[in-house]
Design a binder for this molecule. Structure first.
Ligand code: ZN
Length: 220
């Protein structure tokens, strides 16, 4: 019996995959067999900081540029959508990624998208180990931005609970990779710059606290 190739796992592999069922699923969903999802709750403090950073630099052109870039992207996505719908040959995964961009654009403001993207970069710079690989980072970035639009693909009536239930479908891994690349191309440089600036200021604040602490200790 072949076992999961992830060190220390030991579960039998699933089908032709090198991984066991849970690790295979996690790899498909989150871009790495050991990547756990970044939840809205976990991201919230980073969103708050991104918001504060934007507010503090309200007159800085960065945000307008990012907004313009995102809005231009939505226009491209709409054009791509029209092209696919008229039957032009296309890559299924690229098409799905552009559809996602259209959907996100229709359901959220540009500033919301920028805020979430910046927050994911802040989290990465602050806690690089939270992401198991570049691919896993991209998957989480795409996932957080995706959830700004309704992600259910339909609903049905559950007779037992007498409630309407939503059906969710995860994006296909290749679609996620393309969407992640689109988002990284759009927000990457700004995201990293803001994130490093944040870290620099946090360190400065920490050092100042320490200096104060040391100085207080020397008071006689
Ligand atoms: Zn495993």
């Amino acid at each position: 019996m072949k076992v999961c190739k992830l060190a220390g796992c030991g579960f039998p592999v699933s089908g032709f995959s090198g991984y066991c069922e849970p690790h295979k699923r996690r790899n498909r969903r989150h871009g790495h067999p050991e990547q756990t999802p970044v939840g809205a709750h976990e991201l919230e403090p980073f969103r708050k900081r991104a918001r504060a950073r934007i507010k503090k630099n309200r007159d800085n052109p960065t945000w307008n540029i990012l907004c313009a870039r995102w809005e231009a992207l939505i226009e491209i996505a709409k054009a791509e959508e029209t092209r696919y719908l008229t039957g032009a040959p296309h890559n299924r995964f690229a098409a799905e990624a552009w559809f996602e961009v259209v959907k996100i654009g229709a359901n959220s403001s540009s500033m919301e998208v920028i805020e979430v993207a910046l927050a994911v970069y802040l989290l990465q710079v602050e806690n690089p180990r939270r992401f198991k690989s570049d691919n896993a980072f991209g998957a989480q970035l795409a996932r957080r931005v995706r959830t700004l639009a309704p992600t259910s693909v339909g609903s049905y009536y559950d007779h037992e609970t007498r409630k309407a239930k939503s059906v969710y479908r995860d994006a296909r891994p290749k679609t996620t990779v393309i969407l992640a690349r689109i988002l990284q191309d759009t927000f990457g440089v700004a995201g990293l710059t803001v994130a490093h600036l944040e870290r620099h200021e946090m360190n400065k604040l920490r050092n100042e606290k320490q200096t104060l602490h040391d100085a207080l200790g020397e008071l006689v």
